[in-house]
Design a protein around this ligand. Sequence first.
Ligand code: PXP
Length: 249
Amino acid sequence: MKSILGVNIDHVATVREARKGTMPEVVAAAVIAEQSGGHGITIHLRQDRRHIQDRDLAILRQVVHSKLNLEMSLTEEIVRIAVEAVPDQATLVPENRQEVTTEGGLDVAGQLERTREVTARLAACGVLVSHFIDPDRRQIDAARESGARYIELHTGSYANARWAEKTAEYRKLVDAAGYAASIGLGVNAGHGLDYHNVQPVAAIPEVEELNIGHSIISRAIFSGLAVAVREMADLIETAGESRDWPWTV
Ligand code: PXP
């Protein structure tokens, strides 16, 4: 089975929030991602709203034609928002206000009751629920026990591993994917995947969906920078040639 690509557009919002303005528009990013081969759009509405905002979720819910995947913590405020928005998929993640990005998988085994409750509330609204966990059989068993239909394997340790540890980290992902599928869970994966390390993970037969953000948005800066500079230079160069500005009287 080929994996599908969920494009995480959080970092488009990160650039916008650097100025607290309207540019770049995440909704436009979602449309481009969908038109360019992305099979889904992933966003993380964090408690501190450092990138994605509530209005992004509300508009994306209406605009996204593919699969809208909401990464979310177990906090009550965010759970209520998710229940109202009804994303196609909710991926439960741990969240710590000080972290730069999601660190480590959700400790489902350590908070089974809360995870089960949140999973049930989301599932009751028709949301497909996935748990973002480390490739660890104990957490996989707990995810199933708490009602998840899917897990998302945290690929960060594999992505960050040095050459000598790469194979061992990769084997953990292969083993976890096989084990999860054998007990009836669907398997997604993500975090830290880039243009150099994605193929071995995409080749794991059980992996259905890869959620990738930072590397895609980083690459977009360089694949678009030359054109963006040229367009601005052209405007400056031709500034005296036209006075056709609608606000001039
Ligand atoms: N999956 C989950 C659960 C995440 O928290 C993140 C980061 O928001 C990603 C995937 C995407 O990670 P990256 O931006 O490193 O591709």
